[in-house]
Design a protein around this ligand. Structure first.
Ligand SMILES: *Cc1c(COP(=O)(O)O)cnc(C)c1O
Length: 358
């Protein structure tokens, strides 16, 4: 039986996508060849990446002056690649520090220009999203993290900004509709909501590029990937293929509005139980609760039961529920492909456990 996969990433993928990907890995479209052995310049992969780009554009409603790029190096490489491509030494990038990933992006950006952290919840262990801050018009861009995978907070809406927003959307990309026009650059590692580890999607507005003076190595220059349609060198063929299959699945499922409705329903089901159940409590400000990564801990009185509940989850086919070491307790990641019945199973287990122990 398939496990309930609550992992934060690499994470659950749609069953139909895995089935199709499995077939392609052995015998792609009856060719007698695996997709893994086909040239990235051949007609098969050309069709795949073209479909992936077209689906991405359609699903998020991307205007023509934006490019879709498929890179490698994980979202972590974007922490330096974005400032390297966008920020001159005498220019300033603004950051809102809402978690460990934002913090890492801040550290990397400092090597390329001035960095100003205009808001932060670091001192409060990132338990909320700061909202009152001023965005200086003279900055080059503002960097945000839409969803904080480790702490379980999420931006419900994005600030109005007079400077371009650069956004790390790794852990809630394609989980809800958004207005691409609000952003100058978006990046997301595929392994949270889109596909397997190995590719990072970058969506960049054309006028963001070509403004820095420094030399950019070809592989670290977004323009190389724009010009060569992500095929300057050998791209991560299989991760792009599986991401394309997930994009097909998203479209077939009804698009981002439908996914948002489902994701919200799943998240509220679990948050309701966390709030109702005397054994557990949430860890972040209610208004900033993530609909993708749901963190909860045992109430103090029941702290000794944590390991027992963890074991019970495992025994019931649930994996990936252990909270990040900086928060403790539990984290249920409820990405697009996690079925509602997995959340229902977890909620039922929490109820039964409380009845026995409460
Ligand atoms: C997972 C994650 C990252 C790091 O992604 P890698 O692909 O492992 O480098 C960065 N930012 C956010 C918000 C994440 O969730």
């Amino acid at each position: 039986m398939k496990k309930h996969n609550f992992s934060a990433g690499p994470a659950v993928l749609p069953a139909s996508v895995l089935k199709e990907a499995g077939k392609a890995a052995v015998n792609y479209q009856g060719m007698g060849l695996s997709l893994l052995e086909l040239s990235h310049r051949g007609p098969e992969f050309t069709a795949i990446i073209e479909e992936a780009n077209a689906l991405m554009r359609e699903i998020i409603g991307l205007p023509d002056n934006y490019h879709v790029l498929w890179l490698t190096g994980g979202a972590s490489s974007q922490f330096f690649m974005a400032p390297m491509n966008l920020l001159n030494e005498d220019e300033t990038a603004l950051f809102v520090n809402t978690g460990v990933w934002a913090d890492k992006a801040i550290i990397e950006a400092k090597a390329f220009g001035n960095v100003q952290v205009i808001a932060s919840s670091k001192e409060q262990n990132y338990t909320f999203i700061p909202k009152d801050y001023k965005i200086s018009k003279s900055a080059k861009y503002l960097h945000l993290t839409s969803n904080n995978t480790i702490y379980g907070t999420q931006m419900r809406k994005f600030p109005k900004s007079s400077v371009p927003i650069v956004c790390d959307m790794s852990s809630d990309f394609l989980s809800r509709p958004f207005k691409p026009e609000q952003f100058g650059l978006i990046y997301a590692g595929a392994q949270k909501n889109l596909g397997p580890a190995g590719t990072t999607v970058v969506i960049v507005r054309d006028d963001m590029l070509g403004t820095v003076l420094r030399h950019l190595p070809a592989m670290l220059d977004y323009r190389t990937f724009v010009k060569e349609n992500s095929l300057y060198n050998t791209p991560p063929v299989f991760p792009i293929y599986v991401s394309m299959l997930t994009l097909r699945w998203i479209k077939k499922s009804g698009g981002l509005k439908t996914l948002q409705r489902r994701n919200k329903a799943k998240a509220l089901l679990l948050y309701d139980e966390i709030d109702r159940n005397p054994l557990f409590r949430g860890t972040v400000a209610e208004e900033d609760r993530s609909y993708m990564n749901i963190c909860f801990v045992m109430n103090e009185k029941y702290a000794a039961l944590e390991a027992e509940f963890g074991k019970l989850c495992e025994a019931n086919g649930m994996i990936g529920l252990k909270g990040h070491r900086s928060v403790g307790g539990f984290r249920a990641s409820t990405y697009n492909a996690l079925p509602q019945k997995s959340v229902q199973a977890l909620v039922q287990l929490m109820r039964d456990f409380a009845e026995r122990k409460g």
